[in-house]
Design a protein around this ligand. Structure first.
Ligand SMILES: [Zn+2]
Ligand SMILES: [Zn+2]
Length: 283
């Protein structure tokens, strides 16, 4: 009996007691004109040089975490909202996981491409046995009516999606500020992209892993050019500062990273030479 795990078709890495698997939700179509501090032609060239077939497509990953008696999902993909993603549930089944067996959902933040797949088309919760954990500031931001009243028309929709998810999971919704959220998993506040944007650090003597959320949307551009932010960043200059600080840290510590928009390969390391960062996928 080899079980489905042995034939899991998705990239996986071991970090401490946990097996972490990148589960693709598919793609969202963005535009290189959403980037700041770079002109669209240069951004387009960097995408082509990196081999991107559709330079404006942003890949969406979720991470399945199994071990220590738990089945954890980090973020829930877009669920087909705005025709973005929507492949998470089919791909989870390919990985041998039914929605009812997910016991914990860790959120990096509550943008629609991270929470849309947590509810179905009727707005019912898609993971009926899961406890949802997120940063206290992330929940507070989306629930603040003053923030909603200041929002643009596009951003108003994001509030409604986030609130629908929080409402659906209200009986299990739990917030934290920092520190250990589950055994061997530390929350790492990474503010800028959103107020409560959070990474998750899996600490292990053999191989540690940081799931860094939305530190980049276009990895082949923003790792080489950390000053380039995207219109999805709530605070673009803070997002850029956080990105630079984190790239410095993960490259000097040679830390394995995972990210929701890192690409289908799911895992990478960041190298630094002569003050420039580069991306090496871990395969
Ligand atoms: Zn985001
Ligand atoms: Zn995102």
């Amino acid at each position: 009996m080899t079980g489905s795990r042995a034939v899991c078709p998705f990239p996986s890495q071991q970090a401490g007691a946990y097996t972490v698997t990148a589960i693709s939700d598919g793609y969202l179509s963005a535009s290189l004109s959403l980037l700041s501090n770079i002109d669209a032609d240069e951004a387009d060239k960097m995408q082509h040089d990196a081999g991107a077939t559709d330079p404006a497509a942003v890949h969406i990953n979720c991470y399945l975490v199994r071990g220590a008696g738990r089945t954890i999902l980090i973020d829930g993909g877009a669920g087909g909202i705005k025709q973005w993603g929507g492949r998470l549930h089919a791909n989870l089944r390919l990985a041998g996981v039914e929605p009812g067996s997910v016991d914990t959902i860790l959120l990096t933040h509550a943008h629609p491409d991270h929470v849309g797949g947590l509810v179905d088309a009727e707005g019912q919760i898609a993971f009926p046995n899961a406890q949802v954990l997120l940063h206290q500031q992330e929940l507070a931001f989306w629930q603040d009516d003053a923030n909603l009243s200041r929002a643009t028309e596009r951003a108003r929709g994001n509030f409604l999606i986030a609130r629908q998810v929080f409402d659906g999971y209200r009986e299990t919704l739990t917030t934290f500020t920092d520190g250990q959220v589950l055994p061997g998993i530390q929350a790492m506040p990474l503010p800028g992209h959103t107020d409560g944007h959070t990474g998750y650090l899996f600490e292990s003597a053999n191989q540690s892993l940081l799931v860094w959320g939305d530190i980049v949307h276009f990895p082949h551009i923003q790792i080489e050019r950390p000053d380039v932010s995207i219109a999805f960043d709530q605070d673009p200059s803070l997002a850029a500062a956080t990105r630079s600080r984190l790239l410095d840290m993960v490259s000097s510590e040679e830390l394995l990273i995972a990210g929701m928009h890192l690409g289908e390969l799911g895992f990478a390391r960041i190298r630094q030479s002569r003050g420039r960062y580069g991306l090496d996928y871990e395969t």
